[in-house]
Design a protein around this ligand. Sequence first.
Ligand code: NAD
Length: 519
Amino acid sequence: LMRSLVKKRVPLQMGRMCYSSSSVPSTKLFIDGKFVESKSPEWLDIHNPATNEVIGRVPKATHEEMLAAVDSCSRAYHSWSETSILARQQIFLRYQQLIKDNIKELAKLITLEQGKTLADAEGDVFRGLQVVEHTCSITSLMLGETLPSITKDMDTYTYRLPIGVCAGITPFNFPAMIPLWMFPMGMVCGNTYLLKPSERVPGCAMLLAKLLQDAGAPDGTLNIIHGQHDAVNFICDHPAIKAISFVGSNQAGEYIYERGSKNGKRVQSNMGAKNHGVVMPDANKENTLNQLVGAAFGAAGQRCMALSTAVLVGEARNWLPELVERAKGLRVNAGDQPGADVGPLISPQAKQRVNSLIQSGVDEGAKVLLDGRNVKVKGYENGNFVGPTIISNVTPDMKCYREEIFGPVLVVLEADSLDDAIKMVNENPYGNGTAIFTTNGAAARKYTHEVDVGQIGVNVPIPVPLPMFSFTGSRGSFRGDTNFYGKQGIQFYTQIKTVTSQWKAEDATLKSPAVTMPT
Ligand code: NAD
């Protein structure tokens, strides 16, 4: 079914027979192990960003449907949390294989709904797959601690245990990777999971759910609802939900962090970014310019770890013309077309917003060295394309520097020294990622030591940590206490029970009550 849907260039939907009032396929809800048609009167269109054709529709789940989904999670929790850890591990071992077997199908769905190139879409799946692979070490990751003989005949040990029903709310830009940061980590720890994917790209999450079911996950362990604000508020408010993982914009993330926390839930919230690439004049020029261009314009700049800001230090400012030449060489096209480097933006609104941020740079005195606003893509005239754009002479007070653009736009600032560059990065409110390009170890060390950003690359433009580490965005890019995946992800989805036990020999029995505090 999945394969034929992808071939016909329609988005995933379970049970195509069910769609009624509309001529486009509908995305199903996944409730209690079944892919069901929503009874909602409210639906949203899903568009192919390369053409703006409507390719499907997604419901705003009704309150009853959302209740049914969370009730299913609650019912499944008892037996799932009691399932042996080895049995859960086996399911995720099968799951990682199924994801590998279906990577091309998943990538096609991503390109169809999200727009990124097929090669990049495979990377999206692959980075999520690595998290699933990591869950297969859960038997080590969930080990407790023991300390024998804390006093005579007394030992203390801890269990790491699940917390209950957990929920995830995901953005449009990584339809596979980000859901896979969430439910596999939560579920392998013994929690059940309610996922609300981005309403703009729900197809990939549905196929991931089908594959998880095929891997043997019991009914109710994963449920999926769709929607926007009502679904988000439902998740923030429902008392059965103990923890929320969110990835997306600051506007939504701050709100969800506050509303969820007020209701006593754990919340981890990964949000927006403005990542600086600092270029030292001693850097390997060829390598640096290629890294910068790839990291600024790949995925049409719609990555939270895109290097959207270049800071050219000292003589490195003379490299600008070459930077522009390299960016000019990128091919803008629909993501499924051979040779495409830069696909479309997610929506006409996103395109308009990006274009107006470019214009704001012009209005405030910056210089557009490469202007992608009028790019034409043959055969895709209605797509949301913006070509690679480079804006120089930018200063920190300009709107195009202060706001996350989330498009294929590189803003370029200059600094006289490494100290000036560090100051600039630290004065920016975001703390997601940054990179320094240099051949000087002392400069690299100074930068990594002094810059207040969660993820730093040295000659590595997009330093997204592998899943044995954690995704450690900081400051304005993160709210919460424990980060996504790795050890911190396990901490987020578990709680500790500490047992202190005393087994005394018969002749050591207490002869009278001890009323003082035990020491
Ligand atoms: P978004 O905030 O618009 O949407 C994310 C989710 O929140 C969606 O499921 C959506 O339905 C919901 N939502 C949207 N607006 C809401 C609101 N006002 N109230 C409650 N819920 C709301 O984000 P997006 O446009 O899908 O994704 C792009 C953003 O995500 C960028 O800012 C990017 O930097 C960020 N992002 C961050 C990371 C990270 O790890 N730091 C990773 C990927 C994307």
